[in-house]
Design a protein around this ligand. Structure first.
Ligand code: MSS
Length: 369
């Protein structure tokens, strides 16, 4: 489109044709650019920043980046070089913004109902390979968890603007200690040193959890007795009713629910054979199966998985071979995870439009001629 915004400077290296620039802090992968080979290339991967990205200088000497570890028996500051000596793991995860699919909630608002936030459709998500040290190995090396800790709290390394309350701006998130076995501190993404835009020199990855919990340029990692009182945890990224503010009593946006969407064909196709393909994942659980409907959910057929299984936290590509006569079709997909959770037709409304997973919203209106 003529009025498409250019890529912001810090991600000038990205593939402009594959991205929708909502703002300098929110870039969405185009649905047709998601591809069918599991891993999302970094030049196509979406971007979401809550505050300004730190300067390039923090990735000039990646091994020198220092992380303060607290809430362990022997608190210590360790550099990336030191962390590299403690363990190595690689995990494929779905990195997905909590607000992915918010557009479908917005489409359901009536009267004077309002919802703020980026109107993401399906492209605030990708499947990414991370390499780094398991947090468990670091905690073990530091004498184990301190007594009474219940959360893993990571803090982003952004320098915050002066004169404002840091608690209102700091990107600091807490997740339950049950994730200790899963969390990795990653210096590599898809085979490259983790780019600044995606959290280099070091990123805290919480497999199965929504985007916001995956702290970029992590500078402090504390095992804590309580959740952080940073605004991004206390009142934001909470499941609250429409028209209300989030509060610490509302459930935090943590585990991602089972979800899928079709990535091809979109809009139009030639009559004859067609391959209806997409991505499906179970969040905390592996994806068990996917069904596809070409008539808007009246009749469903089981799709086949495509390509290797990259594990519990990755997405699967799926395909259904169909024969399409000229006409109009509504293509939808519906995934089931290994715990038997099935995508609902519509997600339950929530005030900030988080964790959308209804199958109706991302329907593809296809014209076959
Ligand atoms: N981190 C930090 N440090 N900062 C910021 O801002 N953001 C979040 C995460 N992390 C941040 C961080 C969000 S919110 C998201 S999604 C993610 O990140 C994204 O990623 P990428 O890489 O894609 O950009 Mo929503 O839930």
């Amino acid at each position: 489109a003529q009025d498409a915004k250019p890529l912001p400077d810090y991600v000038a290296w990205k593939d402009a044709d594959a991205l929708i620039v909502h703002s300098d802090k929110t870039l969405e992968t185009k649905r047709g650019a998601i591809g069918t080979s599991i891993i999302t290339p970094e030049e196509k991967l979406y971007i979401r920043n809550n505050v300004n990205t730190p300067p390039e200088s923090i990735v000039a000497d990646r091994d020198a980046w220092a992380v303060e570890f607290a809430g362990v028996k022997e608190p210590k500051t360790l550099t990336v070089a030191e962390l590299k000596t403690l363990g190595l793991a690689t995990v494929a995860t779905v990195l997905q913004c909590s607000g992915n699919g918010r557009k479908y909630f917005m489409d359901q608002l009536t009267g004077d109902q309002k919802m703020s936030g980026t109107p993401w459709t399906v492209g605030a998500a990708g499947c990414v390979l991370w390499s780094g040290v398991p947090l468990k190995a670091v905690v073990d090396a530091l004498g184990g968890p301190a007594d009474g800790v219940r959360f893993i709290t990571g803090t982003g390394g952004e320098e915050l603007p002066a004169g404002l309350d840091p608690k209102d701006l700091v990107v600091e998130r807490s997740v339950p200690m049950s994730n200790l076995e899963n969390v990795i501190l990653a210096w590599e993404m898809n085979g490259n040193p983790t780019s600044l835009a995606h959290g280099g020199p070091l990123r805290m990855i919480v497999p199965g959890y929504s985007g916001v919990n995956n702290i970029k340029y992590v500078k402090t990692l504390a095992l804590t007795e309580a959740e952080t009182d940073a605004k991004i945890q206390r009142t934001n990224y909470r499941m609250h009713a429409l028209g209300e503010q989030g509060s610490p009593d509302d459930p935090p946006v943590w585990e991602q629910p089972v979800r899928s969407w079709i990535t091809t064909p979109l809009e139009s196709a030639a009559a004859g054979p067609a391959q209806v393909a997409g991505v499906a994942f179970g969040g905390m659980n592996a994806c068990e199966s996917v069904e596809v409907s070409v008539d808007g959910g009246q009749n469903w057929q089981k799709a086949n998985f495509v390509g290797p299984d990259l594990g519990r936290f990755a997405w699967r590509n799926f395909v259904l071979s169909v024969e399409l006569a000229p006409g109009s079709y509504t293509l939808v997909s519906r995934a089931t995870d290994t715990e038997g959770n099935v995508q609902p037709e519509e997600s339950e409304m929530n005030g900030s439009g988080y964790s959308h997973n209804g199958w109706r919203g991302p329907a593809v209106a296809l014209t076959v001629s």
